[in-house]
Design a protein around this ligand. Structure first.
Ligand code: PGA
Length: 249
């Protein structure tokens, strides 16, 4: 099975009520530009999930950027997948490097969060990626494949789980690996998915993330085993996000 490409926007801790107008503009642009040959997702902050999900935009799924492992309980400040599903989210990003770094999230916790997402019937986007020091030490594949092995729950399938390769040093920096380097990592991830999940491993979408913008999207998206993008900064501007989706028009 060939993976369905996905272009996903991660708004991070950005977006107030006025962002609604921005998404409306994005929806209009998508309509004008014709149907993209990829799935399109926006993951706004929790406070906007419900408003975006109920706004009735066609062609754009809404997701969240994190979740707790439990369905409910005494976890002050956390949010459960059930709550996100209730608010209209259909995807949850787990294991983003900013969560791993700022909140000391381990592979084991990321796998538990992903399992919670899948258990609630939502799709998980599981993020992995090496730091600059790890790349400089020649440890990129070792680090990424270890994260893949330990962050994906056994319940992962090509239908419910998306992998996002995001080199930590490329996030928000304007720097990207070469297309060859991206293809090498994605192909190694593909191989490890096939080793673990058999032929079904061919069907998992593997997104590239880290400083994707309209000017580099087409060449990055054309690299071997790249099935879409996870976009941070450029997903906050309709024209930029739309320009990235153009890689699939
Ligand atoms: P960036 O972020 O596109 O701003 O580099 C990507 C991400 O963190 O998902």
């Amino acid at each position: 099975m060939k993976p369905t490409a996905l272009v996903a926007g991660n708004w991070k801790m950005n977006g107030l009520a006025s962002s609604q107008a921005e998404l409306e503009a994005l929806a209009a642009m998508l309509k004008e530009g014709g149907k993209a040959a990829c799935d399109v997702l926006i993951c706004p902050p929790f406070t906007l999930v419900s408003a975006f999900a109920t706004a009735g935009y066609t062609g754009i799924a809404i997701g969240a950027q994190d979740c707790h492992t439990a369905a409910s309980g005494a976890h002050t400040g956390d949010i459960s997948v059930e709550m996100l599903r209730d608010a209209g989210a259909s995807y949850v990003i787990v294991g983003h490097s900013e969560r791993r770094a700022d909140h000391a999230e381990t592979d084991a916790l990321v796998a538990q969060k992903a399992a919670a997402v899948l258990g609630a019937g939502l799709k998980a986007i599981v993020c992995v990626g090496e730091t600059e020091a790890e790349r400089d030490a020649g440890r990129t594949l070792e680090v990424v494949l270890s994260q893949i092995g330990q962050s994906l729950p056994d319940a992962a399938t090509a239908e419910n789980t998306i992998v996002a390769y995001e080199p930590v040093w490329a996030i928000g920096t304007g720097r990207t690996p070469t297309v060859e380097d991206v293809a090498e990592v994605h192909t190694a991830i593909r191989k490890s998915l096939v080793e673990r999940f058999g032929d079904a491993g061919e069907g998992f979408a593997i997104l590239y993330g880290g400083s994707v913008k309209p000017s580099n999207a087409a060449e990055l998206m054309a690299a071997a085993n790249v099935n879409g993008a996870l976009v941070g900064g450029a997903s906050l501007k309709a024209a930029d996000f739309n320009g990235i989706i153009d890689a699939y028009r």
